[in-house]
Design a protein. Structure first.
Length: 132
């Protein structure tokens, strides 16, 4: 089965201690490992203002993860754990590999078209005519 790539962003309450966020990240890493996946990248973006109120909060602590895995139930389990975690107020998972595959396909198509088009060098007479 082909490996899938996901972006997972979740927002915790702004008053959540750093240790609790670290525990939550460790829990997600363990869940991914149990299901045959791995978390490639973890970024803590810190406290930021939200675009709109979410559960009566105007700010949130953002965490960004890049997850690799072959099984869809891994993401379902990670989302379930985020849903029941008290500090988490919002989360979003986006599958990226389909978009990357589409971009590669378009690039290959462009390369084939460019290879088919043969560029004819201008003759000296045509170049002089164009210059005048």
């Amino acid at each position: 089965m082909e490996e899938r790539i996901y972006d997972l962003i979740f927002i915790c309450r702004p008053d959540t201690p750093e240790e609790e966020v670290d525990k939550l990240i460790a829990l997600l890493e363990q869940t991914a490992a149990e299901r045959g996946g791995r978390i490639e990248k973890t970024e803590k973006w810190g406290s930021r203002k939200l675009a709109y109120r979410v559960r009566r909060h105007r700010e949130g602590y953002y965490v960004y993860l890049v997850v690799h895995g072959t099984r869809g139930d891994m993401i379902q389990e990670m989302e379930r754990r985020l849903k029941v975690a008290d500090p988490v107020i919002k989360y979003l998972t986006v599958r990226l590999d389909e978009e990357l595959k589409r971009q590669r396909k378009l690039a290959q198509r462009r390369e084939r078209r460019a290879a088919r088009r043969t560029r004819k060098p201008k003759s000296a007479a045509a170049a002089q005519q164009a210059a005048s």
